[in-house]
Design a protein around this ligand. Structure first.
Ligand code: ITT
Length: 199
């Protein structure tokens, strides 16, 4: 039987990142009953894999098996062309364990200057995985391409949003209305792939 997810199923959103949890809840809203990993006091797992899909699968698997609910996990990051795809899967802790994204964004600019790159292309990548407790797992990916701008602009969104302008736009993700980000973001594109696969 093909895998599918019935409406109103109770899901755990396997993330400890409040910005991501908010966006996932907005994408899942009205369709499922969502509880967060934090509300269930689930431990924050290690992310040892070298790919977004590998880490998303691992996080969804860990949460589903721990709490017995179907779990959805997101592994995502900013990939900078002039830095050979860094920070990539290491985006959350790239600038240090304290997750200071003002510092992380300044470090991206500094590293580009150090390698004397005039290249400002970048993309956000997102892998979403849905895992059934002790059962199968489905994973999909989405991506949005854009250009980096410095200094950072806007206080909406989270993480690296204030330095990223999606292709064809003139506002950063940090300046855009959340609904406008959801129309084109890496997370929304991964979610559309998930809808096609499961819903
Ligand atoms: P969980 O593993 O608990 O979900 P995390 O923050 O550790 O939280 P990741 O390892 O997937 O998650 O790191 C993703 C990082 O990439 C995140 O902390 C942001 O800095 C960045 N990122 C991902 N999506 C983003 C977005 O839409 N806007 C801005 N930054 C984003």
């Amino acid at each position: 039987m093909p895998l599918s997810l019935a409406a109103r199923t109770r899901l755990v959103a396997a993330t400890h990142n409040p910005g991501k949890a908010r966006e996932l809840a907005e994408l899942l809203r009205n369709r499922f009953e969502v509880v967060s990993a934090g509300e269930l006091n689930l431990p924050e797992p290690e992310e040892p894999e070298t790919t977004f899909v590998g880490n998303a699968v691992m996080k969804a698997r860990a949460a589903a098996d721990a709490c017995g609910l179907i779990a959805i996990a997101d592994d995502s990051g900013l990939c900078v062309a002039g830095l050979e795809g860094a920070p990539g899967v290491h985006s959350a802790r790239w600038a240090g364990p304290q997750r200071d994204f003002d510092h992380a964004m300044a470090l991206v600019e500094q590293r580009l200057e150090e390698v004397e790159s005039v290249e400002r292309s970048a993309w956000f990548a997102c892998a979403l995985a849905v895992a059934w407790p002790h059962g199968p797992v489905v994973a999909v990916e989405g991506r949005v391409d854009g250009t980096l701008t410095f200094p950072p602009r806007g206080d909406r969104g989270f993480g690296y949003d204030p330095i990223f302008i999606p292709l064809g736009g003139d506002q950063t993700f940090g300046e855009m209305d959340p609904q406008a980000k959801h129309a084109i973001s890496h997370r929304a594109r991964a979610f559309a792939a998930l809808e096609a696969a499961l819903f």
